[in-house]
Design a protein around this ligand. Structure first.
Ligand code: F6P
Length: 320
């Protein structure tokens, strides 16, 4: 394979730029030509495609967001969108595509693969909700950003002896809430993958108060419900004057951590190795600390992401 392209799609994630850099630099190192597609699948269909050279990916490893821009583009699920995308790739003489993104982006790569165009998926999303990998690019940065906010909120919560509900992103997955909650010593963590009982949450808050605890922090994954709704329901079990803090998109920005940059560099480089061998239809991941590639069709159709729910039990035992 002599000419490949890269796109980023779906919600941006810190470390996407490091992955773009790694794909481009490794491919150029291997004597290939690289093209960047702007605005994900929307740009692919529109033919918003440009040549990328070594200097174009300089000074980006430390930057959040994506220099290729991103978009959500449900139209790519249609036959018309997919055929148009392949037509554009053929027009530019592109023989392989690296897609960096989350769930929706992988489905686009899967569609291209089924139509015979070699695509490789690299998991890039703060949510960590992609099957075939233990970690996605952006997750480590996101949990560290949430952690910094938890630590800050704890200062003010303690000063006023208050309860806080901190709502975090994650779509339908509880990974961000779980990891940041354990790291931040949260009094309770509420995630979609584990049942919760509001009466028990209220009891935890009350017990803490009775023991003289000055703050109470509840980390809520957005996939359960929104923070204000949660506060209303909690009120039915006692008035704790809870404050709600929605961290939202703040968690998607910022400079990637060293861990995310290294992960992105490994994934990007490996994607080029695979395309160089003419292999497509794969998604890359890290499983038990090993970078691996698995069949994208099989991964998306038969595997489901599971967060490390043992963290939930751990938190119940050590944070109260
Ligand atoms: O997938 C990343 C994510 O940030 C989710 O955590 C969140 O639910 C969603 O994207 C928000 O999407 P948008 O930025 O399109 O509102």
């Amino acid at each position: 394979m002599k000419r490949i392209a890269i796109l980023t799609s779906g919600g941006d994630a810190p470390g996407m730029n490091a992955a773009i850099r790694a794909v481009a630099r490794k491919a150029i190192f291997e004597g290939m030509e690289v093209y960047g597609i702007n605005y994900g699948y929307a740009g692919l269909v529109a033919g918003d495609i440009r040549r990328i050279d070594t200097p174009d990916v300089g000074d980006i490893i430390q930057r959040g967001g994506t220099v290729l821009y991103s978009a959500r583009y449900p139209e790519f699920s249609t036959e018309e969108g997919q055929l148009k995308g392949i037509e554009q790739l053929n027009k530019f003489g592109i023989e392989g595509l690296v897609v960096i993104g989350g769930d929706g982006s992988y489905h686009g790569a899967l569609a291209l693969t089924k139509r015979g165009f070699p695509a490789i998926g690299i998991p890039g999303t703060i949510d960590n909700d992609i099957p075939g990998t233990d970690f996605t690019i952006g997750f480590d940065t996101a949990i560290n950003t949430v952690l910094e906010s938890i630590d800050r909120i704890r200062d003010t919560a303690t000063s006023h002896v208050r309860t806080f509900i901190i709502e975090v992103m994650g779509r339908n997955a509880g990974d961000i809430a779980l990891w940041a909650g354990v790291a931040g010593g949260a009094d309770d963590i509420v995630i979609p993958e584990h049942n919760f009982d509001m009466a028990q949450v209220a009891k935890r808050v009350r017990d803490g108060r009775d023991r003289g605890k000055k703050h109470c922090l509840i980390i809520l994954a957005e996939g359960v419900m929104n923070g204000h709704e949660f506060a209303e329901q909690l009120k039915e079990h006692g008035d704790f004057h809870a404050r709600v803090s929605v961290l939202g998109h703040v968690v998607r920005g910022g400079s990637p951590t060293a861990r995310d940059r290294v992960l992105a560099s490994k994934f990007g480089s490996y994607a080029v190795d695979l395309l160089k061998e003419g292999r497509g239809g794969l998604c890359i991941g890290i499983l038990n600390n090993q970078v691996v590639a698995s069949d994208i069709v099989e991964t998306l159709e038969s595997k489901k992401h599971q967060p490390d729910v043992s963290l939930y039990n751990l938190n119940h035992q050590i944070s109260y």
